[in-house]
Design a binder for this molecule. Structure first.
Ligand code: TYD
Length: 203
């Protein structure tokens, strides 16, 4: 199984990902966990450029290409081999992030983003995508502070990203919107209810 968690910064997806991994381990499934951008030596360097080097100005297209470069490296060198050897893979963000952030958020052509996503992923799509949806003001409050170039982009930007996620989640295979305002434990039960049938099918 290849599962992606998506949502705004501060939506709680990393917490849910950890909870899901713990559950899977109880069923003797030890998933490979990855995070975008990053997860490979070159991807980690790209991550630093994108998220830490705030002083570096770049165009939206450059930004997109860097996310896609990181994704391509991760997909080819980590995700595909892991799946091929029978592992589960859980990813904190995948191609839908670029559509939401660089497409809807930054205003790049959605067709262009889709095309580059296809290229970077080699058409490998998650079998399930869970979108943890929270209102923008909640996400920003949870995040606590303005941290990187995207988080400095403002409320309007995040409203567009959220709208993008909501518009696109129904179009992806097994794309599920979850209400991120629920209690952490309630939400993790809900996440589990979607994943559990696939665990039974395996064992
Ligand atoms: P990070 O702090 O790792 O994520 P989170 O806040 O979800 O834990 O930062 C990842 C940032 O990168 C986040 O602001 C979203 C952004 N991003 C894009 O804009 N496009 C993409 O394709 C990806 C993968 C991430």
């Amino acid at each position: 199984m290849f599962i992606a968690l998506e949502g705004l910064d501060g939506c709680g997806k990393s917490t849910q990902l950890r909870a899901l991994a713990k559950r899977l381990k109880q069923y003797k499934i030890d998933p490979v966990i990855v995070q975008e951008p990053g997860g490979t030596p070159v991807g980690e360097e790209i991550r630093k450029i994108l998220l830490l080097r705030k002083e570096l100005a770049m165009t939206p297209l450059t930004e997109l290409l860097l996310y896609e470069a990181s994704r391509s490296e991760l997909t080819q060198t980590v995700i595909q081999p892991a799946l091929a050897s029978g592992h589960w893979v859980l990813t904190d963000r995948y191609a839908l992030s670029s559509l939401a952030y660089q497409g809807y958020g930054r205003g790049l052509s959605l067709e262009l983003v889709r095309e580059l996503n296809r290229l970077a992923t080699g058409d490998l799509a998650p079998q399930m995508t869970l979108l943890i949806d929270v209102p923008v003001e909640v996400a920003l409050r949870r995040k606590g502070r303005v941290k990187d170039r995207l988080e400095g982009a403002g409320v309007d930007f995040y409203e567009r990203v959220r709208c993008g996620y909501l518009a696109e989640i129904s179009k992806v295979s097994r794309g599920i919107r979850l209400d991120g305002m629920k209690e952490i434990s309630t939400l993790s039960e809900e996440v589990w209810s979607y994943i559990r049938p696939f665990v039974s099918a395996q064992s």
